[in-house]
Design a protein around this ligand. Structure first.
Ligand SMILES: [Ca+2]
Length: 472
């Protein structure tokens, strides 16, 4: 596995260069040593302004591990994802949060989830009402916006996506749902399936329902650019797949849960293919950026989780595969936070691999710039516009810092060095990801000065935590 480290603040137009330069320099002052003006200008020629900004389709899998996908050697065939990767830019160091809600907060705000006091999964409202979310930003420059799938930023209908910039919303207000009953965990928020915040009852498999709604919405679009956010619930538990998909699973995959897991992933892959076909059918493919990634690494917990209403789910541990990365969903090791990721835009993104690290918080500034959105106030983005790197126009950039706050521990990566600090403990582990991407060799006792420097860096970045906490 190749590990490179760098960062950049690319602009999308000449006119935008200096605005972004100024923004980047402001961040530079706050986080010294991460960005240079030369790096900003070097990346500024990327993505000439388009007459019409691109459509954006952002597809988020749920709990999909690094090696689950075919293009990383996964055993279940994922031809549609493989094609997107082969013909697009694979983002080889794409980092997210360890669990569902924090990643979604980071994606929609461009800020570390900890700024909102979010350190793990929550069912209450995650964002202040006046948050400038990505769909709010895109709507302000003429986009039509929709979310089909899992919201997980507040489980009451009145906390739903329509209150945070989405014209249309559909799916689960809470977390992952039973694929047929569409219930979230037992309790106050079990009934969660909705359309535009009206709770509804429907029949069908969750993956098909989300894809159906997305395809119909794409077909109905006319002249305005659109932003479609598709957070599927696959391959999150509880998993149960129909015979039509189980029958397609290779015979080499054995064991009941393993076969359901593979079928769930193949089903998801097919849904992605249907969405891509709908964009093609609408004549919009050459003007549409499609991003695919996962909200956290793969999981190996019990599929038949009794927290969910019973629906005779197959019993046994899930088959999330993060190898050769360490750990799984719910930690701050690489297997939890480094996930498969693709950006695909025919004619605009060359096929290739982007080797530089980036984080889910980068999409807000990156997509805002692509769409021509300029904030009217300081949105306190922690993320960077990385379009010049994603598009392959910038090859080099300065090392950057990636912060992973989480309830069970915290990680900070600075360049290729990563510090892992367990919650409630003075113990810290130090890894050199350039030589040890699997985090097998703890160097903390050998390099105490570096540990101390990273602790200091962590304290600096964490200073802005909880500056925008919801008071429900
Ligand atoms: Ca997840």
């Amino acid at each position: 596995m190749t590990i490179n480290t760098s960062t950049a603040c690319g602009g999308t137009s000449v006119g935008a260069i200096w605005r972004f330069a100024a923004a980047c320099l402001r961040r530079t002052r706050r986080l010294p040593g991460t960005i240079t003006l030369a790096g900003i200008i070097a990346g500024s020629s990327a993505a000439a302004p388009a007459d019409r900004p691109p459509n954006i389709v952002f597809i988020l899998a749920d709990d999909l591990g690094w090696t689950d996908v075919g293009f990383h050697g996964g055993t279940a065939p994922t031809p549609h994802l493989d094609r997107l990767a082969r013909e697009g830019m694979e983002l080889t160091q794409h980092y997210v949060a360890p669990v569902c809600t924090p990643t979604r907060v980071g994606f929609l705000t461009g800020r570390y989830w900890s700024r909102f006091g979010v350190f793990t999964v929550v069912t209450t409202r995650s964002l202040p009402w006046d948050t400038t979310t990505l769909p709010v930003a895109l709507k302000s420059v003429g986009y039509e916006t929709a979310l089909m799938g899992k919201w997980h930023l507040g489980s009451k209908p009145e906390w739903g996506p329509n209150h945070f910039g989405f014209d249309h919303s559909y799916g689960s207000l809470g977390g992952g749902v039973g694929p047929y009953d569409h219930f979230y965990k037992k309790g106050n928020y079990s009934q969660t399936w909705h359309r535009n915040e009206q709770l509804i009852t429907e029949e069908g498999h969750v993956t098909d329902l989300i894809a159906n709604e997305a395809v119909e919405w794409i077909k109905a679009r006319r002249n305005a650019p659109f932003f479609l956010y598709l957070p599927f619930t696959a391959v999150h538990l509880p998993i149960k797949e129909p015979a039509v998909w189980l029958d397609k699973v290779p015979a080499t995959i054995t064991g009941e849960v393993a076969r359901h897991y593979a079928a769930c992933l193949m089903h998801l892959d097919d849904a992605v293919g249907r969405v891509v076909a709908a964009v093609n059918g609408a004549g919009q493919r050459s003007n549409t950026l499609i991003v695919f990634t996962s909200d956290n690494g793969g999981s190996r917990v019990e599929n038949n989780d009794t927290a969910y209403p019973d629906d005779n789910y197959p019993r046994g541990r899930l088959g999330g595969n993060n190898a050769p990365l360490r750990g799984e969903k719910g930690s701050v090791y690489e297997g939890a936070i480094r996930v498969p990721a693709i950006a695909n835009w025919p004619g605009r993104l060359p096929p290739g691999k982007m080797l530089h690290p980036m984080q889910i918080i980068d999409w807000m500034p990156t997509l805002s710039a692509l769409a021509g959105y300029q904030p009217q106030k300081n949105l306190k983005w922690d993320g960077l516009n990385v379009w010049s790197l994603v598009s392959g126009q910038a090859r080099n950039a300065a090392p950057r810092t990636l912060y992973t706050p989480f309830v069970r521990g915290t990680a900070i990566r600075d360049g290729d060095w990563k510090l892992v600090v367990a919650a409630g403990s003075e113990k810290a582990e130090l890894f050199d990801l350039s030589h040890d991407p699997s985090e097998t060799n703890d160097l903390a006792s050998k390099l105490p000065e570096r540990v101390q420097a990273l602790r200091q860096r962590l304290a600096e970045v964490a200073q802005a935590d909880r500056d925008a906490v919801v008071r429900n």
